[in-house]
Write a protein that binds this ligand. Structure first.
Ligand code: FA5
Length: 334
């Protein structure tokens, strides 16, 4: 019995010195731990005593256990719950504020400039079928892009594929909306291209198109000029169209802007031409509109499609496309 009083007194004295929640837990374990707790052990010792002793000591032990529990509870609520364990040997953690990914910056700028011109912004679907990716866009049956070697087909399917360009969004839109429409689609595209410094199997494109009664290439040029001014952060940017071929536009163009990095004199970015190549554009082919029951005599439209990684590479002087999706924090400058 005396021993029990001493145990309780020791407990109370020890409890006073505890400063943290961790210490309280350890202390609790020392007394009430299931394996080797001081009180727990005493309970198992009772088993060897006579019935009378058992009764007397048992009730005293229960009383002490109760008291210990109450005191532990009080102590737990009084010590600080917020503790940081410091590992002296752990490497230093550099704190940084982080930064936006270059693609995020470009997408945000594109969203801003096009919404200011009244374009709706959509992302669209990454899985399409031959019809949305090619057929409805006037690709001839034997066009090489339709080849299984160039697009990722869903396994076991000859029809379903991962979209190879965001032009699929023209078809989805014309199926569901009546002109006038102005739309921007930004999303991932997939191609079985050889990976190199400027090509990846997965990349982002922006598709833009507008259909109305009096749309001309002049509208296209103005719209793209506004986009270049925003991305290049310069007011004096010119746009140049060179003839090109895409089955879903007629006429089709390759779009260049003046090189704002050298002022047109020639540099590494423009490969000494004074012009930067951005991507494809053109006037939407009447066949594409007619396939969706849009009267091509009444309505005309423009469309353009650019690689967003390419835009970021130009804007930020990034030389290697594989950096974008590598997850390497050094690239992000964090
Ligand atoms: C197209 O994809 C057309 N849909 C663009 C278009 C839209 C033309 C509307 C006319 C009217 P193209 O295959 O050239 O075109 O791709 C456009 C851009 O996507 C390229 O200039 C390039 O920047 C980017 N791109 C294409 N393939 C890859 C790739 N494997 N990796 C990274 N970027 C790519």
């Amino acid at each position: 019995m005396e021993n029990l009083e001493k145990i309780l007194a020791d407990f109370e004295a020890g409890l006073k010195n505890l400063k943290s929640e961790r210490e309280v837990f350890d202390f609790e374990k020392r007394y009430l731990g299931r394996k080797d707790g001081i009180i727990t052990n005493l309970f198992s010792e009772i088993a060897n005593l006579s019935i009378d002793e058992k009764r007397e000591l048992g009730s005293k032990l229960n009383e002490i256990k109760k008291r210990i529990k109450v005191l532990l509870k009080q102590k737990k609520s009084s010590v600080s719950k917020i503790e940081i364990e410091i590992d002296e040997d752990a490497p230093e953690i550099k704190s940084g504020f982080g930064s936006f990914h270059p693609l995020t910056i470009i997408k945000k700028e594109l969203a801003e400039v096009f919404s200011s011109m009244g374009f709706d912004i959509v992302e669209g679907f990454e899985v399409a079928n031959d019809y949305y990716n090619f057929g409805a866009l006037n690709f001839p049956e034997d066009h090489p892009a339709r080849d299984m070697q160039d697009a990722y087909y869903i396994s076991g399917s000859k029809d379903q594929l991962l979209r190879a360009h965001t032009s699929t969004m023209q078809v989805f839109t014309f199926e569901n909306e009546i002109p006038p429409v102005r739309k921007i689609a930004m999303g991932k595209c997939f191609r079985r291209d050889e990976t190199d410094a400027t090509h990846e199997h997965t990349f982002w494109q922006i598709e833009g198109f507008a259909v109305d009664e009096n749309i001309t290439s002049g509208n296209l040029k103005f719209t793209l000029n506004e986009m270049f001014k925003k991305i290049l952060e310069k007011e004096d940017v010119n746009v140049r169209f060179r003839p090109s071929y895409f089955p879903f536009v007629e006429p089709g163009y390759e779009v260049d802007s003046t090189c704002t990095f050298c002022g047109g004199k020639g540099c590494r970015i423009c490969k000494n031409t004074g012009w930067i190549e951005w991507g494809g554009a053109g006037m939407i082919h009447p066949n594409v509109l007619e396939k969706q029951n849009i009267d091509s005599k009444k309505f005309r439209g423009f469309a353009f499609g650019f690689g967003i990684e390419r835009m970021a590479m130009i804007k930020f002087g990034i030389k290697e496309i594989r950096n974008f999706h590598s997850g390497d924090l050094r690239f992000l400058g964090v």
